[in-house]
Design a protein around this ligand. Sequence first.
Ligand SMILES: *Cc1c(COP(=O)(O)O)cnc(C)c1O
Length: 402
Amino acid sequence: MSDRQWSALMMGDESYAGARSYYELKDSIVKILEFPYFLPTHQGRAAENVLFSTMIKAGDVIPGNSHFDTTKGHIEFRKATAIDCTIDEAFDTTKDYPFKGNIDLDKLEDVFRTYPKEKIPFVCVTVTCNSSGGQPVSIENLKNVYALCQKYGIPTMFDSARFAENAYFIKLREKAYAGKTIKEIVRIMYKYADIMTMSSKKDGLVNMGGFIAMNDKELHRQASTFNIMFEGFLTYGGMSGRDMSALAVGLNESTEFDYLETRIKQVEYLGFKLIDYGIPVQYPIGGHAVFVDAKKALCNVPKEQYQAQTLGIELYLEAGIRGVEIGTLLADRDPITRKNRYPDLELLRLAIPRRVYTNNHMDVIAAALKNVYDRRDKITSGYKTTWEAPIMRHFTVELEKA
Ligand SMILES: *Cc1c(COP(=O)(O)O)cnc(C)c1O
């Protein structure tokens, strides 16, 4: 966190109800995101738990763009189904397309036509779309998705962990918004959302925290009950006063162009270094991470032996650098057939902590991955699971060499 965030933290108000820190956060959310109602939660998945308890029932479908793992977990835990409507361009890592997080409107309308309105509680738009490689969604797409949702009477929800990075990419890649500030772009983005959840650990620039925000007073009332049950009273919901104060400042800092430029350019620096070494990555490079295409990098490892996980383990053994599999382990088993789901993308995510590393560190990561890549012909087998949890197995899975 920045010096300003730490200062705000020292001044936190820990009163049980109606703390000044709560109002600081409320003001920040009203000003930056323009939602009149919000509920603090202890992190992003807690926001999902509260909101989905309010809105999702068994048998529902939730269309979206490559739902995040905890989001999908919370949907499937409620015996509902996440339907991926991401554009096809996202699944070809070599294709240069500015907004690979976009939702395919035809796929979305197909869902609207196939299921009755009562079975679609909302559409979940992830900005940026983490699981397809930290890829942004354009304003044009957000606008069209919102119009289509309005036509069918379905609310739009933004999963907003990387909303500021999304706004940065809009400024750089969507002509109509090149002259706007990040804060102006953020306000335009959220004109096209009825509800949002946020993991504040990402673009909130804090170590822990989250929230749900919405335009509808009645939804706020209904969700409040679950917030009180699961998280805490309405004016802290699992967060300390000091954490709310630090988040209020963080939202303001992450929506500044200079912060975003420094961060995203560092991620890009690593990405281009890997490209120079011939390593296959999702292109364009994502906002918070470089995503290595493990299907291409370790093509001798059978997909049943988890290519991206194998690459992650090799990199860790090589240099102690820890990436994360966004592939078959994370895609989990089909809840009904219990068979492995093999996603179109098998990625190793190298997420870069903000405000921590120098580009020299990026050079080390790139060199380590190059060493692994250079001996890829010798890596012919991967791993098998020896234990896995019934849902969201990738968090705790146990593996041994296949
Ligand atoms: C991190 C994240 C979440 C979950 O948030 P936590 O704070 O880790 O619980 C949900 N959606 C997206 C897109 C995320 O990046």
